[in-house]
Design a protein around this ligand. Structure first.
Ligand code: UGA
Length: 433
């Protein structure tokens, strides 16, 4: 199959490299000439484990190429739209201007039957609009528009692409179903279920999935708050409910609140779309509010661990990215936490294994440290915000001896309270007294 991927950001690049790995011939397109030039040199603009290797293999095999132009659309069986859909300033709606612009540009290059596939996360009805724009721009074009949402997690994107729980394709056009079946054939030989549905249903599945997962996390976070008050253990609660197959153990890890480029943006957009249709999604709205409040409350939790007053105190923060194995800082819990600590009068030192360059753009006025030990030195409290593997087996004895006061606030529950307290630390975590 011949595939063109419009947009070589996170989703476009991972999907393009994985399709090339299946044996398809893929052109990843982007307007950013510097980015394309770098990709041609196999320099990957994002941090995603194993992506560089996959890109190199695809390029060496002649199945993956990069371009700023759209000429390859003429030969393509499928053109994927994988451009950004950021939150629109002011109202939280998804900004579709890049999707619409891409549709117009694609239209002009279409030749022969082509499936246009929205891979970007787009509100219900966007496929209809893409179809309308293409038809208006090029009335003679022979095409169908399908929705094919992605369910990739940053940091695990390649594995998620190669071993999906399911593939969702929204189109009722039989020729488009055949093309999409061929595009994903290598996966369903591995028995990955492919589900065909209507375009609108497919668009909504994506938002419903992210909103449900965000709600699940928020639910366990609230249980954690209650567990702390009543002397119960949230990790055992998560296991105790998660072993019920109807609930499932995943996404029940209590923490500092969810972040990233997807859950916050998509839940906001879903709530807005619903309101536009006269429907109030109260559970999604409650999730949004609870999560925002939770992130803000984390600075207070750190202050309480130090008796309430942070003036003149130094706080060491370990982990800045919104989760491990990414350098992505979007909506990271570290941002409201550190801003709060600074507001409370603390001095902040911070370390992240991969995200410090990105973090510097978001967080000024703090000291960035090269490793966890330098970060902890002289601090009054050590706060673990992102559960990087590198933080799971720290030499706590060494850390304790270098700190001003031995206090750990573990917002990801990566240590066992009895172990850390046994070493002489004051230790606070989430949902475990
Ligand atoms: C999420 C979804 O998991 C993907 O299926 C989806 O494709 C993607 O959004 C998207 O829409 O593009 P991602 O944002 O990369 O993926 O990261 P997650 O692993 O889902 O984590 C999101 C946030 O939830 C992180 O801040 C993480 O720390 C938090 N989280 C996750 C928890 O606090 N507890 C958990 O149990 C799981």
């Amino acid at each position: 199959m011949r595939i063109v991927m419009i947009g070589s950001g996170y989703v476009g690049l991972v999907s393009g490299a994985c399709f090339a790995d299946f044996g398809h011939f893929v052109t990843c397109v982007d307007k950013d000439a510097d980015k394309i030039a770098a990709l041609k040199r196999c320099e990957i603009p994002i941090f995603e484990p194993d992506l560089d290797q996959l890109v190199r293999t695809g390029m060496d095999g002649g199945r993956l190429k990069f371009s700023t132009g759209l000429d390859d659309i003429a030969e393509a069986d499928a053109v994927f739209i994988a451009v950004g859909t950021p939150s629109r300033r002011g109202d939280g709606h998804a900004d579709l201007s890049y999707v619409h612009a891409a549709s117009r540009e694609i239209a002009a290059h279409l030749q022969g039957f082509t499936v246009i596939v929205t891979k970007s996360t787009v509100p219900v009805g966007t496929g209809d609009e893409v179809e309308r724009i293409i038809r208006e721009t090029n009335p003679a074009a022979d095409f169908a528009v399908a929705s094919n949402p992605e369910f990739l997690r940053e940091g695990a994107a390649i594995r998620d692409f190669q071993h999906p729980d399911r593939i969702v394709v929204g189109t009722e056009d039989e020729r488009a179903q055949k093309v999409m079946g061929d595009v994903y054939r290598p996966l369903y030989l591995n028995q990955a279920p492919i589900m065909f549905t209507s375009r609108r249903t497919s668009e909504l599945i994506k938002y419903a999935a992210n909103a449900f997962l965000a709600t699940k996390i928020t639910f366990i976070n609230e249980m954690a708050d209650l567990a702390e008050q009543v002397g119960a253990n949230v990790q055992e609660i998560a296991r105790g409910i998660g072993l019920d197959n109807r609930i499932g153990t995943k996404f029940l890890h209590a923490g500092a609140g969810y972040g990233g480029s997807c859950f916050p943006k998509d839940t906001r957009a879903l709530a807005k779309t619903a309101l536009d249709h006269g429907i109030q999604l109260r559970i999604v709205e409650a999730t949004l509010t609870a999560n925002d409040n939770r992130k803000r409350a984390m600075a207070r939790k750190v202050a309480n661990a130090l008796g309430g007053d942070l003036h003149g105190k130094t706080i060491a923060v370990l982990g800045l990215t919104f989760k491990p194995d990414t350098d992505d800082m979007r909506e990271a819990a570290s941002i409201p936490l550190i801003t709060g600590l600074l507001d409370f009068g603390a001095k902040v030192k911070a370390h992240d294994p991969v995200g410090m360059e990105q973090a510097k753009k978001e967080l000024a006025g703090i000291e960035y440290c090269e490793d966890p030990y330098t970060c902890a030195r002289g601090a009054d409290a050590l706060v673990i915000v992102t559960e990087w593997r590198q933080f799971r087996a720290l030499d706590l004895e060494r850390i304790k001896n270098s700190m001003a006061t031995p206090v750990i606030v573990d917002l990801r529950n990566i240590y066992r309270p009895e172990d850390v307290r046994g070493l002489g630390f004051k230790y606070e975590s989430i949902g475990r007294r």
